[in-house]
Design a protein around this ligand. Structure first.
Ligand code: ACO
Length: 428
């Protein structure tokens, strides 16, 4: 293949270089397009064909169902690594040695205390507040307690900001859940591993010792790993674009949390469970809901199905489905919701509407079933996604700043009114 793309606009032709990735993905570098053509731009709603950056963090091939962090396959990471190791690899580029991992964990623990005034902010939220709104606000509020902006050229300052948020974010997550459940706020224990500590912070009852269930711990580790990064998705792009104005790490993360909230993105895990519940309440007739999903006059979509980039299968869904089966079996839980989920999946996989549009179960079709078995309230599901995605957002923000990327500022094609005279209020 030539390494030049040719573009013809009317009489004029232009040439643009091709950019190739390490996995042979090809892009046309149109940096010079607007200047060379005197004002022509590209338009690509939803960025379906547009790369926003070059990145060395996560590789995914939606056609082949491949997902790798820093070159390691998601299957191997989910099976052999723990969440903190994966977080380290995402953020710093390599899997940590034992010493590096121990130091990372120790530094995180040192920085995990949250200013007690944050409790007052949390207390001011009404019981009706959605946990994602609370989490986004509290993450942004951390900026107020850590006002000095990070010098991104200082490795030490960057490291300190990273361990700070890795330490404090799980506390905010746990407090958000405890506020919703009416439990007193707590800190975990420095003697526990990162994920075990999260569990203790979330689930410990005030009047009994918390005992870690290893099955739940393994499943949570897996879920967090599977959600840890997914290249330039909606929330990650939001983090990068907010950070491209040189907004701080915590403020950029807060923007990412808001983007993750929507049901077309991270909010899908909550929407899936609500949908499965509704189908159960309605008599469990999956065929009726399949018909609704296919009806173009009905806004209903089969939540947990379809993905912008996976057009074959979502490799995370395969791992999670297996984990859901294991967790439910190990915990001895018979969840009728799982039967409905299996039924819907089977019908969709054999239905030409879904097959033709390459719509397969995504990561969140099964994650909610595991979260529910763990005793996590439905409204907290997307918060759990955010907890997993944190290292990915940090890694992407860091890469964007270190690559000195320009401020993200797309253009548009204006389709509004042409210049017209002002009309006084009496004449309107
Ligand atoms: N149910 C029914 N039909 C669907 C669904 C669905 N879940 N998803 C897509 N379609 C249909 C669309 O109606 C469209 O049909 P058409 O070509 O006849 O008009 C076609 O499939 C393509 O859909 P788009 O919305 O154009 O695909 P896009 O790539 O923009 O959207 C998305 C991807 C948002 C994930 C979509 O599939 C969806 O809404 N799924 C349900 C929500 C969900 O599960 N989101 C989680 C995504 S994974 C994550 O964020 C971790």
């Amino acid at each position: 293949m030539s390494d030049i793309a040719k573009l013809q606009i009317g009489e004029n032709s232009y040439e643009f270089p091709l950019v190739k990735g390490t996995e042979n993905e090809v892009a046309i570098d149109i940096k010079s397009l607007r200047t060379a053509t005197n004002g022509v731009i590209t338009i690509d709603a939803g960025f379906k064909n547009t790369g926003s950056c070059e990145s060395g963090i996560t590789f995914l091939d939606g056609e082949k169902g491949i997902l790798r962090y820093r070159g390691y396959s998601i299957d191997e990471l989910a099976e052999k690594a723990d969440f903190l190791e994966v977080a380290y690899a995402l953020i710093f580029g390599e899997l940590p040695t034992k010493e590096e991992l121990d130091k990372f964990h120790a530094d995180i623990k040192l920085k995990s205390v949250v200013d007690d005034d944050v409790r007052k902010i949390l207390e001011a939220f009404p019981k009706t507040a959605h946990p994602m709104g609370i989490l986004s606000s509290l993450t942004s509020a951390l900026t107020a307690f850590n006002p000095s902006s990070v010098n991104v050229n200082s490795e030490e300052e960057m490291y300190n900001a990273i361990v700070k948020i890795m330490g404090k974010f799980p506390v905010l997550v746990a407090w958000t859940m405890r506020k919703k459940s009416g439990l007193p706020l707590n800190y975990g224990s420095k003697s526990l591993g990162y994920v075990e500590n999260i569990m203790k912070m979330m689930f410990e009852e005030p009047n009994e010792e918390y005992v870690i269930n290893p099955i739940i711990k393994d499943a949570l580790d897996k879920l967090l790993i599977l959600h840890a990064d997914h290249e330039q998705n909606c929330s990650t792009s939001t983090v990068r674009i907010a950070g491209s104005s040189h907004a701080g790490l915590f403020a950029s993360l807060s923007a990412g949390i808001s983007a993750l909230w929507g049901p077309l993105h991270g909010g899908a895990n909550q929407a899936v469970l609500e949908m499965l519940e509704a189908i159960k309440e309605d008599g469990g007739d999956t065929k009726k809901y399949m018909a609704k999903a296919k009806d173009k006059n009905d806004p209903f979509r089969l939540m947990g199905f379809g993905h912008r980039v996976y057009k074959n299968f979502d490799p995370r869904a395969t791992i999670i489905k297996k984990a859901a089966d294991e967790v439910l079996k190990d915990l001895g839980i018979e969840d009728p919701i799982l039967e409905i989920a299996r039924g819907l999946e089977q019908e969709a996989l054999n239905d030409s509407y879904f097959v033709d549009r390459k719509l397969y179960p995504n990561v969140d079709f099964y994650s909610g079933i595991i979260y529910r078995a763990m005793g996590i309230p439905v409204e907290m599901f997307t918060v759990m996604f955010a907890l997993g995605r944190l290292p990915g957002w940090i890694a992407q923000w860091k890469e964007m700043r270190l690559n000195k990327e320009p401020i993200g500022r797309p253009r548009q094609i204006y389709t509004g009114e042409n210049l017209r005279p002002f009309k006084s209020i009496e004449k309107r």
